[in-house]
Design a protein around this ligand. Structure first.
Ligand code: GAL
Length: 953
């Protein structure tokens, strides 16, 4: 029955009745070799990845999702992070910033389908790859059928699946696909892969199940098309540009980026197609945006579209967000997960967004794209520098011709005449292609009420507005364009703007022009309804927004964004962001008035039939200076007399970790339930008097360190072990600045008495489990070896002169119900609430510029009253040069919004997201600064804005 369910979910759903939906009508999802279909209607799935857990402000989810929809995306792909919801076994939280029910409702309201990706493993450069750190203490290989792990992941699936299930398309919700696991390798454990699907079906998932194969491998699908573990629609991940953001000029180092057809009975699915990059080389995300910028998008995305005929695209990432708290996997990312995406971490739109919009609108408007077969190219260029590849819709005959350079790395500009055997006749037309560019040209297309014979301009969109067709076509500025339309008789052609030559002969109206600004041509008569042709450059085309109303679609230009539109009587109302300047609206003749949000915008009618008005510039934003910093040094844990009797005794002698410690007891933080952020250790021993050194070894993940005191005296710091050391975590890790040998200065030791070693160990997050390797995933965090010894005979293990070191450990209580398990570690200030806005800091002293080794907190408050009805995202900027001698945890109103420091990464600007930031009230910034040596503190520190628009809702 389970197998049957997997094969005929939709049919069963229809027969048995849909699961409880969100109220709207149930729909049927099917597919064939060409595309997905909803209620039998073909769909080109154009999805972008978004991680709610990287935007801890549910109000802003709506903003990002609406921005994706406005770019022409019709779907959003969402990983669900198990770690984000579960601090310990059996405990799950889906409230507040973790309210995924709200997330899925918001997606539906934004008009987006959802590809739901609950893992259990998600990778995503998130801590543990989405596996909670407590899974490290569960016996049995993670990502396998091992009983311990199985019980754990089933627990997660039975919590998350029912939520996803009640939002499926089959019940009127947005979830159209369910992605099982992540880049799971065929040779690992097919039963595990099958069980995830069986659990999903049992929990009511009835949409098609997909998975994403890694790296062009196609492993599940090709080898296991029908065997256990096989999914209905496998897809492939492609990252042709790699992650070397420092060299954006290197083109396609990881290949052609052509998504393979995996099976004949399913559409070609680009499950994760590169749309940004992690910043492996610390080049900064602007370089990542360049690496994956509009040129790359034009070439690789269009090449993929026409060469493979893919109709399911999911771009990773549409919006990257923030690794706030301890969300980051430590080896590849720092706080910002901006990803060089089309929408920045601070929700700003970039030129990449424009390119998505040009392509997304095209995919949405031109229906024959959803069903195409490869055909011999009907268009031959007379310049060998250019090549063409083509597909055609077998039902309509519509041709899609890709024109690009034969050498994909070519950088010059080439012209050619295309000899094009289009369905409606043969024509010679000019094309010009810049290096690393590609155009998809269309012929034989019923464009609304028109017949497009062909065009060497690309189609952005077209709409039937007020009884006429309005079409936006575009091309590179300065390049020649030719558009041919077919008429029953000679039509009247009126060039309203620009330089366009028209010629009619034998039923064909041929328009020739150069792409320059925005030309406008009105064609009437000829046996068809009127056509307003808008011929623009890439830039002019990107200025258009399309939205639907009850009275039909509208096109808008001159706004920073259009989220939606509605028509009532003679008024057209837009929900739009504006930044001042001219606005033009193409709507039906009934529309005479324009409202943006709650504001009337006076308009006049233009010769193009559009409405023209202007919007007001936003009010300038004034931000206060950050002054009156107060500070307090902490780390009482370092003092010998500190009472640690209530701390957890670290006395385990065994661990299930695949890494065995070199000294006992086991000091792994996870084994004592401390999974995130810093941990403190205190080790008591009675000194013989001959000891001269302490040898420690801690594993922290990349960028981590540890600080050591003996009897209150600071001995120094060392860098912690990293993922590369996971082969044997107890071998000396990161050699720089040394594997933790600390010589004891004279007079510190107290022979015959109690001595206390205090160690503050950072935990930068947990390794991922990319290849289902427990050695990597279960690499411990915290101390992995500790000895006190003398020069003769070397260290004596975990004991001193036969007296064991007796250890206690303290970490985050992990009990903040609002901010969740990843917000805090175990710094004294975190345990005492120094990061919280309510903490009374009046007794703290005025901050001094100098830091002493250990942890110093800095706090200040500021008042904001940003202009209402505007969106001006605020950031915190660290000026000056960051020092490797300190690291700063940044708390905004108690939320851990990031980490700054010379060893942490190149990031100096930190987003303070609205929702956490009170834009009309008092805010508290608390910085926990851990210094390894005496050093000048961070600064100057200031507030700034990333942008400023009026938000008409
Ligand atoms: C993919 C993976 C994603 C993410 C991406 C790189 O292989 O599936 O989760 O890690 O690489 O950002």
């Amino acid at each position: 029955m389970r197998r049957l369910l997997a094969v005929f979910p939709v049919l069963l759903c229809v027969l048995l009745g849909a699961p409880a939906g969100v109220g709207a009508a149930a729909h049927e999802v099917t597919y064939d070799r060409y595309s997905l279909k909803v209620d039998g209607e073909r769909l080109v799935l154009q999805s972008a990845e978004f991680h709610y857990f990287r935007l801890p402000s549910p109000e802003l989810w709506r903003d990002v999702l609406e921005k994706l929809r406005a770019a022409g995306f019709n779907a959003v792909s969402i990983y669900f992070s198990w770690a984000y919801h579960s601090p310990k076994p059996g405990v799950y939280d889906f409230t507040g910033v973790r309210d995924v029910d709200r997330l899925l409702r918001t997606a539906r309201q934004a008009g987006l389908y959802v590809i739901a990706r609950p893992g259990p493993y998600i990778n995503a450069e998130s801590t543990g790859g989405g596996l909670p750190a407590w899974v490290k203490t569960v016996p049995g290989r993670a990502r396998s059928s091992a009983p311990g792990y199985q019980a754990a992941y089933r627990e997660w699936l039975h919590r998350i699946n029912p939520i996803i299930a009640r939002h499926q398309v089959t019940g009127g919700g947005p979830v159209i696909l369910y992605n099982a696991e992540n880049e799971y390798q065929v040779n690992t454990d097919a039963a595990y892969m099958q069980d995830i699907q069986d659990q999903a079906r049992a929990d009511g998932i009835d949409v098609p199940i997909t998975t994403n194969d890694c790296c062009d491998a196609g492993s599940w699908s090709s080898t296991w098309a029908t065997g256990p573990g096989a999914v209905q629609i496998p897809g492939v991940d492609d990252y042709p540009q790699s992650f070397e953001c420092a060299t954006p000029e290197v083109w396609g180092p990881w290949g052609e980026g052509l998504t393979e057809r995996l099976r004949d009975d399913i559409p070609v699915f680009a499950a994760e197609y590169q749309a940004g990059a992690i910043d492996l080389g610390n080049a900064g995300y602007d370089r990542c945006r360049e690496l994956t910028g509009p040129a790359y998008m034009k070439y690789f995305y269009k090449n993929n579209l026409v060469t493979t005929g893919a109709t399911m695209f999911s771009y990773y990432m549409g919006y990257g967000g923030t690794n706030w708290g301890w969300l980051a996997q430590p080896n590849d990312v720092y706080t910002s997960y901006d990803y060089g995406a089309a929408i920045t971490e601070a929700r700003q739109l970039t030129p990449k967004y424009d390119e998505f919009k040009r392509q997304g609108y095209f995919l949405e408007a031109v229906a024959p794209l959803a069903k195409t077969d490869p055909v011999t190219s009907p268009a031959a260029p007379d310049n060998p520098a250019l090549t063409t590849t083509a597909r055609a819709n077998p039902d309509t005959g519509t041709q899609f011709v890709l024109v690009k350079h034969a050498d994909r790395t070519a950088t010059g500009t080439d012209d050619a005449t295309l000899d094009w055997a289009a369905p409606d006749g043969r024509h010679r037309v000019p094309v010009r292609v810049k290096g690393r560019d590609a155009h998809v040209l269309v012929a034989g297309y019923d464009l609304g009420g028109q017949r497009l014979v062909l065009s060497t301009s690309e189609i952005m969109t077209h709409a039937s507005i007020g009884g006429r067709d309005v079409a936006v076509l575009y091309g590179t500025a300065g390049s020649p364009g030719a558009t041919i339309l077919r008429y029953g008789s000679r039509p009247a052609v009126k060039v309203l703007e620009g330089d366009v030559r028209a010629e009619y002969s034998g039923g064909d109206l041929r328009l020739d022009y150069t792409h320059d600004g925005l030309a406008r041509v009105l064609v009437t008569g000829g046996g068809r309804r009127p056509l307003l042709l808008l011929l623009g450059t890439d830039e002019a085309a990107a200025g258009f927004w399309r939205a639907g109303t009850g009275a039909g679609p509208v096109l808008v230009r001159g706004t920073a964004l259009v989220r939606s539109a509605s028509a009532s009587g003679d008024t057209l109302r837009l929900a739009a962001d504006t930044a001042g300047g001219q606005i033009e609206v193409f709507a039906g003749p009934a529309a005479r008035r324009l409202r943006i949000g709650a504001e009337d915008v006076p308009v006049t009618r233009t010769p193009s039939g559009s409405l023209l008005g202007s919007t007001r510039a936003p009010e300038p934003v004034r931000l206060p200076a950050l002054t009156a910093w107060r500070s307090r040094a902490e780390a009482p844990e370092a003092a010998p007399g500190f009472d640690d009797s209530r701390w957890t005794a670290a006395d385990h002698t065994t661990t299930i970790s695949p890494h065995q410690p070199k000294t006992l007891p086991v000091l792994y933080a996870d084994d004592y339930g401390y999974h995130y952020g810093n941990v403190w250790y205190r080790g008591h021993f009675t000194a013989a008097g001959s000891e001269t050194r302490i040898d420690l070894n801690a594993v922290t993940g990349l960028r981590g360190n540890y600080l050591v005191w003996l009897n209150g005296r600071y001995l120094g710091s060392a860098a912690g072990g990293v993922e590369a050391d996971s082969g044997d975590a107890s071998t000396p890790p990161n050699p720089d600045p040394g594997p933790g040998h600390f010589d004891l200065p004279a007079g510190v030791l107290r022979p015959g008495a109690d001595n206390v070693i205090s160690v503050l160990v950072a935990n930068m997050g947990h390794n991922d489990d990319w290849i289902a390797d427990d050695l990597r995933f279960k690499q411990p965090r915290g101390l992995v070896a500790a000895t006190v010894g003398g020069p003769v005979g070397g260290p004596v293990g975990g004991t001193v002169g036969g007296t064991p070191i007796s250890w206690r450990i303290q970490g985050s209580p992990g009990t903040d119900p609002l901010r969740g398990p990843l917000n805090n570690g175990g710094l004294y200030g975190e345990r005492t609430g120094w990061h919280l806005p309510t903490y009374p800091d009046k007794s703290w002293k005025t901050a001094s510029a100098e830091l002493t080794p250990g942890v110093t907190w800095l706090r200040t408050a500021f008042h904001l009253d940003l202009p209402r009805g505007q969106d001006a995202p605020v950031g915190l900027r660290f000026g000056g040069d960051p020092s490797p001698a300190y690291r700063v945890q940044i708390f905004l109103n108690g939320w851990n919004v990031g980490q700054y420091g010379g060893d942490i990464g190149p990031q100096r600007d930190f987003v303070l997201p609205a929702g956490i930031l009170d834009e009309h009230g008092t805010n508290t910034i608390a910085l926990a600064v851990t210094a390894e040596q005496p050093v000048a503190g961070p600064g100057p520190i200031s507030l700034f804005t990333y942008g400023n628009v009026r938000q008409g809702r």
